[in-house]
Design a protein around this ligand. Structure first.
Ligand code: PEP
Length: 262
């Protein structure tokens, strides 16, 4: 599925939250609202155990399904891991790869991120590749350097056609789950660098269609100003995606901002 940033892209990363009944309630409400939100791409990213029930609940709506991680092999003796084939089987179209919590707590590196991105693409899953700097790196003015390394390594060996199928999420680690959001100017500075970098690697056309999300304490009251920036195509939302009301409100704000910047 070739991606395009004509509509804002709003993805809700539930992390390790909810049990099946709450998950179903949340997506029922989202499904109902989604009929009025067709000017956005909406993706929910629940824990593995809820994928199947969430898939059944969103059926017939424009809400799409993603998973939070995968392992790169198709099958085998890899206890505790989930393969791309299994995610497809569960009805996923998207998968987040290299979220900072996975890099921080589970030893993911740019090399494993690259393997996972390739495995996702090989099975027609759209990877949402997460990158971003720590507070220390920002304070040492190493943000751009860090993001550049993560892009070069995460996308290593991928060609133009593959780049048409990858979503990038810029998530400054210091803004994730902290309540501190990057200012629109801070975020746009990095987003425009990412787009320039993609243009350098893959050409202007591919860079101009690329979906580059911002993530880090996105809330209904900061979505509009972030999404108004030229190079911000959507949001990867953690905490504020858990409740249907706030996730719906974020989507509405994103649609409003997008319409105004067209
Ligand atoms: C995330 O989980 O990717 C995230 C950005 O979380 P939060 O919105 O809670 O900061």
């Amino acid at each position: 599925m070739t991606i395009s940033n004509e509509k804002p892209f709003i993805a809700g990363n539930w992390k390790m939250h909810k049990l099946i009944p709450e998950a179903v309630d949340m997506v029922k409400a989202l499904k109902e609202a989604s009929a009025q939100l067709t000017d956005a791409e909406i993706v929910v990213i629940p824990p593995y155990t809820m994928l199947s029930e969430v898939r059944k609940t969103i059926e017939g709506s424009s809400v799409q399904l993603g998973a939070q991680n995968l392992f790169w092999e198709e099958k085998g003796a890899f206890t505790g891991e989930i393969s791309p084939l299994m995610l497809k089987d569960a009805g996923c179209q998207y998968v987040t790869i290299g979220h900072s919590e996975r890099r921080q707590y589970f030893g993911e590196t740019d090399e494993t991120v690259n393997k996972k991105v390739k495995a996702a693409l090989a099975h027609e899953l759209t990877p949402i590749m997460c990158i971003g700097e720590s507070l220390e790196e920002r304070e040492q003015s190493k943000t751009i350097e860090k993001v550049e390394t993560q892009i070069n390594s995460g996308l290593e060996g991928l060609g133009k056609e593959e780049m048409r199928l990858i979503v990038i999420a810029y998530e400054p680690i210091w803004a994730i789950g902290t309540g501190v959001t990057a200012t629109p100017t801070q975020a746009e500075e990095v987003h425009s660098f990412i787009r320039e970098k993609l243009a350098e690697k893959y050409g202007n056309e591919i860079a101009s269609y690329a979906i580059i999300l911002y993530g880090g304490s996105v809330k209904p009251d900061n979505t509009y100003s972030l999404l108004k920036e030229n190079n911000i195509n959507g949001a990867l939302v953690g905490g504020a995606s858990l409740e249907a009301d706030s996730f719906i409100q974020i989507t509405k704000e994103a649609i409003k901002a997008y319409k105004e910047k067209k």
